[in-house]
Write a protein that binds this ligand. Structure first.
Ligand code: MN
Length: 132
């Protein structure tokens, strides 16, 4: 099953997202800021990255830009997961290279649907009742 790197500085949200992903069968890697995210991506080559945008050290926009400009990590789909929900925020995220955009708060099924789409996983697992 796919490995997903979750980049999130809020520990509560990080553990909830991790739990949703593990229940769905994914292997979870975690990073608390942008610098750590880049290190983890280069070391473990996750299949997909969930990227909070407001992060310490290096924000999610700059982190995504760096990942997408590096041949080693450019192919990894990045999903922005953020409460920065203006049209401009989404546009900036897309310009930075994010492949999809999820607004907080979101429910587990929305999250898994986006991930499945990007990983080309066939839907069909039971729904998970969990909101973040
Ligand atoms: Mn944050």
């Amino acid at each position: 099953m796919a490995h997903i790197l979750v980049v999130e500085d809020n520990q509560d949200i990080l553990s909830i997202i991790s739990r949703i992903l593990r229940i769905a069968g994914y292997t979870v890697l975690k990073a608390n800021d942008g610098i750590e995210a880049i290190e983890m991506a280069r070391r473990h080559y996750p299949d997909l990255i969930l990227m909070d945008l407001v992060l310490p050290a290096l924000d999610g926009w700059l982190t995504t830009r760096q990942l997408k400009s590096d041949q080693r990590t450019a192919h990894i789909p990045v999903v922005a997961v953020t409460a920065c929900a203006s049209v401009e925020d989404e546009q900036h995220a897309r310009e930075a290279g994010c492949d999809a955009f999820i607004m907080k708060p979101f429910d587990a099924n929305t999250l898994l649907l986006h991930i499945d789409n990007l990983l080309n996983v066939r839907p069909g697992r039971g729904g998970i009742e969990q909101s973040v």
